[in-house]
Design a protein around this ligand. Sequence first.
Ligand SMILES: [Fe+2]
Ligand SMILES: [Fe+2]
Length: 241
Amino acid sequence: MLQHADPKLEELVVKLSTDPSELDAYVKKYEKYKAGWLPKMLGGLLVFCGNTVYGKKPSYLKFRAVEIIARVPYHSWESAAFTLLTMFFMDEKKALALSNTAWFGRMASDNETMHVVVISQLAKKAEKGNWLVHTFIPMAFAFFYFWAAYWIYLFSKKAAFELNYLFEQHAFDQYTIFIRENEEMLKSKKMDSDFLAWYGRKAETEYDFFVSVKNDEIVHRNSSIDHIHEHSKNHSKPASA
Ligand SMILES: [Fe+2]
Ligand SMILES: [Fe+2]
């Protein structure tokens, strides 16, 4: 079957999932990054709301709700970069930086879509959901969040990427706890997902799957900061350089 994921990103996730020293170095790379006050405030609010509605403890249904929302900023960035390219296509350096963001947005939103589709199938078998709390609230929030993320990106790319850095760090931490607390149960469940096969990822058990998802989140976290550096490089160099 055709692989729909980016092969290089898949290779990175496999490396992070199979080599603890690689993962350790990758986590450490931006572990001490200090986000600004606005992303910190918004990120804190998002986590607080998530914990209030879904509880602090990670679960299949909490992940399903989080993943509905997690795809949104990537789609917003891609749309915002598209808008900006309508105006700045004459500036090649800017066009490159914006196209890189649009590419990252596309890859990451496809990746998050895989998370939400596959996790919702697993959740169906594991937990009983409440339509209002687990479906309506995250969907309604996703509509609002699309425009919030779009305008934050237009107003300040740095703030947009830093907010995502905090969100993805939280997701990585939540998956880490979930895997640690449910290791045996996850290892006993075999994976059988058409969507995962379509995406081009292999996982024998739910344990393998959740480890790969956890590591997707740390790739999203680090890539967000890499994009801040890329945009600032573009601003600090004269156009002729
Ligand atoms: Fe995710
Ligand atoms: Fe993510």
